[in-house]
Design a protein around this ligand. Structure first.
Ligand code: FE2
Ligand code: FE2
Length: 376
């Protein structure tokens, strides 16, 4: 991932070869936060741009007056000896398959993707592997959490397609929760949380962050060890329902329509259905997956539960979730710093968030010893 996310100023360079720049304006606007981008068509201008050895080259395969496949080969040759990423956009055909097989391109995107789908696929190709391994370098416990978290997440992705989290899925989640708990009072928790904020695999990074923050919060308030794992598991799974929401909605840059908002708001119910069988003996977890968006004044969802009805685990998850969501950086929003996040959360305390838990969490983060550097 870009060094910009790691606190230095260097931007990555990208060349985007397209004869339809307006088609990609939303994608380009988002990518400009991370890349210095040269947008070019085909011909000598494209060749010259590619010869500057950019970090990423994206090429439409049907460029007017040009040959995308040839440019892709140029990009790969220029990039030899240093790793670059070459992506082709267009109709999938035998030529694209051959370029993939020969290693001339790293990925081929269909040309009918929405901006959100394009960005998600792009970050998967460009960023995720590198981001994961950089985070893994922080410490041994961080490396274990990333490794276990990745395995967990890809298993969950498969399982939600099959309809629920079975015994094997639960074991994988428990393994990650154990690594998360062992990280909870390790000094490397803060830099890890910080780096996860800008990670482009957004549901994965957010879930991992909430899992870690839940365990750190629990540890700091003296929750017994066996309950810590439950808190971590709850954090890891609280948004599992989002894995069933289309990426075109979840990762959409810009404003959501009413219909899209409604669709996203289904994720707690979907999530609870996914975990209910596998976790029938852990009702606190199932409850928190369903009710982490309830508010004390009864205006939350899905059930409009009010103070006194909302389970403590759901109240805890809500505090950590709101903090994490505000301080996460996403394709469609900048990360908020800690002080600004708490200013907003102060105004939510009492009618949305449970004040006693919120106050405790705020103190712990401000104190900085436990989860403090999470949002710096
Ligand atoms: Fe959620
Ligand atoms: Fe969440």
């Amino acid at each position: 991932m870009a060094d910009t996310c790691l606190g230095t100023e260097r931007k990555w360079r990208m060349v985007f070869c397209t004869s339809r720049p307006s088609r990609y304006s939303a994608v380009l606007n988002t990518l400009r936060q991370t890349f210095t981008i040269t947008v070019t068509g085909s011909g000598p201008a494209a060749t010259a741009a590619i010869e500057t050895a950019p970090d990423v080259v994206i090429i439409e395969d049907q460029l007017i007056g040009g040959n995308g496949a040839w440019l892709a080969q140029q990009a790969r040759m220029v990039g030899q000896g240093r790793s670059n990423t070459v992506v082709m956009v267009g109709h999938q055909n035998a030529a694209t398959t051959r370029l993939l097989e020969e290693g001339m391109i790293d990925a081929a995107f269909s040309d009918d993707l929405s901006a959100g789908e394009f960005l998600q696929q792009f970050w998967r190709v460009f960023g995720t592997g590198e981001e994961d391994s950089r985070i893994s370098l922080i410490s041994k416990p961080a490396a274990r959490v990333m490794d276990d978290g990745r395995k967990m997440y890809s298993r969950l992705e498969e399982m939600v397609i099959d309809g629920g989290i079975g015994r094997e899925g639960r074991m994988v989640v428990a393994a990650t929760a154990d690594s998360v708990v062992s990280l909870a009072d390790d000094p490397s928790v803060a830099p890890m949380l910080h780096q996860l904020r800008g990670h482009h695999d957004s549901t994965f990074a957010h879930s991992l962050r909430v899992g870690i923050l839940m365990a750190s919060f629990g540890r700091a308030i003296g929750v017994p060890d066996d309950q810590l794992r439950l808190m971590a598991e709850t954090g890891l799974l609280h948004d599992v329902g989002k894995l069933k929401i289309p990426l075109s909605v979840l990762a959409k840059p810009g404003r959501l329509t009413e219909e899209e908002r409604r669709e996203i708001r289904l994720h707690p119910e979907i999530g609870a259905q996914l975990v209910i069988e596998g976790y029938s003996d852990l009702p606190d977890l199932v409850t928190a997956v369903r009710h982490h968006h309830e508010k004390l004044d009864g205006s939350g969802y899905p059930d409009g539960q009010a103070y006194g009805e909302i389970h403590e685990m759901s109240l805890c998850t809500a505090v950590v979730d709101v903090y994490s969501a505000l301080t996460d950086q996403r394709d469609y929003k900048q990360a908020m710093d800690q002080e600004d996040a708490f200013e907003i959360m102060d105004s939510l305390s009492g009618h949305h968030l449970e004040p006693r838990l919120y106050k405790r969490f705020r103190e712990l983060v401000m104190d900085g010893r436990h989860v403090g550097a999470a949002a710096r």
